[in-house]
Ligand binder design. Structure first.
Ligand code: ZN
Length: 257
């Protein structure tokens, strides 16, 4: 090789290496947050249209991303273990029946694990996932967490109500699905130190928020930030950005409540 080429190659390798080392501590496994997946847009919560959801999952599969369970993500955070940069996890909030109808077949096709946070006071007659559907999904890599009993903004509740929402939703869901409910998801992302203490006391092993709370790097497993995915993220460049693991770094930090 000619001398200028050797120098150029060295510069490229060193720059790439330096970038990798410099950004290593900034990488956070993206935990995606979905709500409705449906043929029509809903006004109560964000909706990703069925076709877009299918294309987003296709992107994740074809680009070789590794979809992890929340157990795997939490274990790695606890152990301070670095996960590969192409990792991610998928979650859904509220437990809409359309998750079963439209998202579940796509997840199953790729064998992607996902966790759905259930509002335990809602049932099939309100348009939410039924117990039978949960039991079926549970057989195929879909896990369930608690999203409280009645989906109220927790920081505004009195202690007694808080206990009911946090403790009893866990119990009710565990009875329904015959499995341990390990994770809690704050309604509208709002939490406080007191709420975290109660979530721990109830026996949850981690809890998830939106983009609320201080700290961009998901070190606190009771205030794990997630990346909201919308229809516009079907654009490969946008999706790539959200899955990069550096998305939190560019978001402004929000108060927890
Ligand atoms: Zn919600």
């Amino acid at each position: 090789m000619k001398k200028p080429l050797v120098i150029l190659s060295l510069v490229v390798v060193l720059t790439w290496g330096a970038w990798f080392v410099f950004t290593e501590h900034l990488y956070v496994v993206p935990i995606l947050a979905y709500h409705h997946v449906d043929e029509v847009i809903h006004s109560d919560s964000p909706t990703v249209l069925t076709d877009n959801f299918a294309r987003q999952m296709e992107f994740i599969s074809s680009r070789g991303y590794k979809v992890l369970t929340l157990d795997e993500v939490i274990e790695a955070i606890r152990a301070g273990k670095r996960l590969p940069r192409n990792s991610l996890a998928i979650t859904f909030d509220d437990g809409y029946a359309n998750n079963y109808i439209y998202a579940y077949p796509v997840l199953k096709k790729y064998n992607f694990p996902a966790t759905i946070f259930i509002i335990t006071g809602k049932d099939a007659s309100d348009g939410f996932i039924s117990r039978e559907q949960m039991l079926q999904m549970q057989e195929n890599n879909i896990f369930f967490g608690s999203h409280s009993k009645s989906h109220q903004y927790l920081p505004e509740l009195k202690d007694e109500q808080l206990r009911d929402e946090i403790f009893n939703s866990k119990k009710e869901l565990e009875e329904k699905i015959n499995s341990e409910v390990k994770y809690f998801c704050y309604c509208f992302g709002g939490f406080s130190d007191k709420i975290i203490d109660m979530v721990k006391e109830a026996g949850y092993q981690a809890a998830f928020t939106t983009n609320r709370g201080k700290g961009r790097f998901n070190k606190n497993i009771y205030a794990l930030k997630r990346v909201k995915v919308g229809n516009a993220d079907t654009n490969p460049l946008r999706m790539w950005g959200k899955l990069s693991g550096f998305f939190n770094f560019f978001r402004s930090e929000k108060e927890p409540y």
